[in-house]
Design a protein around this ligand. Structure first.
Ligand SMILES: NC(=O)c1ccc[n+]([C@@H]2O[C@H](COP(=O)([O-])OP(=O)(O)OC[C@H]3O[C@@H](n4cnc5c(N)ncnc54)[C@H](O)[C@@H]3O)[C@@H](O)[C@H]2O)c1
Length: 347
């Protein structure tokens, strides 16, 4: 076909980011430099130094302290929300009503009613994408795990054991983060909860039991939170899940998942090696460990954003739904209620 009769290239998706903290900066870099189908055109944060960073490091032209002004931009197609969890639901609904596609970080909201309100507003805007950032679904190892389960290699999967464990931060980031995060289960285990539902075939959760302890960060008690938490969830049909979350690993970040089925067991992420180097000496065997969640999931974050951009451009359908995010919140809340009551709680 001659160039004169070929279809003109689709314009790049014009994206704005709200929230430029620990994760927001990483998403902003990926949007600015990591995807040729989008351009990062604007940013929003109440913190002036964060906007200076976006302007100077990423060349972002339009920087807003106000979320309303940020949304009131006709030359913006999509927004990426990496703001405190307590703001997710209201900001997602406002962005959908302003005509934007929305990517919002997990969890979608800190109560089920807010999740359902977002779902209702999204249903009123069927031509806009609304996606929640369950990044592990975009990780190559977890994707292969899901494919092998789907292919029947585990027989009937009936048990998931999954953990999200962060390296201890003696500066106390997690204590400052706790008032808006929803607690360790809503913040960390919500990933494992989504994985368990995904890998077990989306069974309905019935009951949850949780316990926990504060090993290093007494400041968490003020938010009724813990720095090490354990939970068990029972699903309809006999499947079960066990979750462990920690803020206090001395050596690095460890996200691991085991799925046990009638014909086999599958493990993802054990060992947490940062690279392929192992030192064997008289002192023993050692290797470097992944420092944090971003180092572990960098490729998955890139893929997640690529799929969001492609969905906004009408090039693919997303398999992850808002209803999945609502269920993850519903289960995370039952676990959190159980942590506080000390009793099993209905989901
Ligand atoms: N997918 C993952 O693995 C993963 C990992 C880390 C964090 N998260 C999620 O990302 C979100 C942010 O977490 P974080 O660790 O980056 O937190 P953070 O506290 O480091 O950053 C929050 C950012 O939001 C900004 N902000 C606050 N109020 C705002 C407002 N009204 N409008 C716009 N910006 C506002 C702050 O200035 C800051 O830049 C949380 O919801 C968290 O659950 C997800």
């Amino acid at each position: 076909m001659s160039s004169s009769s070929s279809t003109p290239a689709k314009p790049r998706l014009r994206v704005g980011i709200a929230g430029l903290g620990r994760l927001g900066k990483r998403h902003a870099e990926a949007l600015a430099f990591g995807n040729r189908h989008c351009q990062l055109v604007s940013a929003c944060s109440p913190v002036p130094s964060e906007l200076d960073w976006a302007r100077e490091q990423l060349g972002v032209g339009r920087c807003h302290a106000s979320f309303d002004t940020f949304l009131d931009d006709p030359e913006l197609d999509a927004v990426v929300l990496v703001t405190p969890t307590s703001l997710h639901a209201d900001q997602t609904m406002a962005a959908l009503r302003a005509g934007k596609h929305v990517f919002v970080e997990k969890p979608l909201a800190l109560n089920v009613e807010d999740c359902e309100r977002v779902q209702a507003v999204a249903a009123e805007h069927p031509n806009q994408v609304a996606m929640v950032g369950f990044v592990r679904r975009f990780d190559p190892s977890y994707r292969r795990a899901a494919q092998r389960i789907e292919a029947g290699e585990l027989g009937r999967p009936f048990l998931v054991r999954s953990q999200t464990c962060d390296q201890n931060d003696p500066e106390g980031f997690f204590v400052r983060f706790a008032p808006t995060s929803g607690g360790i289960f809503m913040d960390c285990s919500v990933h494992d909860i989504d994985l368990a539902r995904w890998l077990l075939g989306r069974p309905k959760a019935l009951r949850a039991f949780a316990t926990g302890t504060i090993a290093l960060h007494p400041g968490l008690a003020e938010c009724q939170d813990v720095d090490n938490g354990l939970a068990i969830v029972e699903f309809e049909g006999g499947a079960r899940a066990v979750f462990y979350a920690s803020r206090t690993l001395p050596h690095g970040h460890e996200t691991t998942t085991e799925v046990i089925g009638t014909a086999g067991t599958l493990q993802v992420g054990f060992g947490a090696h940062a690279d392929r180097l192992e030192l064997r000496s008289a002192a023993g065997v050692s290797h470097a460990v992944l420092p944090d969640f971003h180092a572990r999931f960098e490729a998955a974050f890139q893929q997640e954003m690529a799929e969001f951009v492609a969905a906004c451009r009408g090039e693919r359908q997303l398999s992850l739904t808002l209803a999945d995010a609502t269920e993850a919140t519903r289960i995370g809340l039952a676990i959190t209620r159980s942590l506080r009551s000390g009793m099993p709680e209905a989901v």
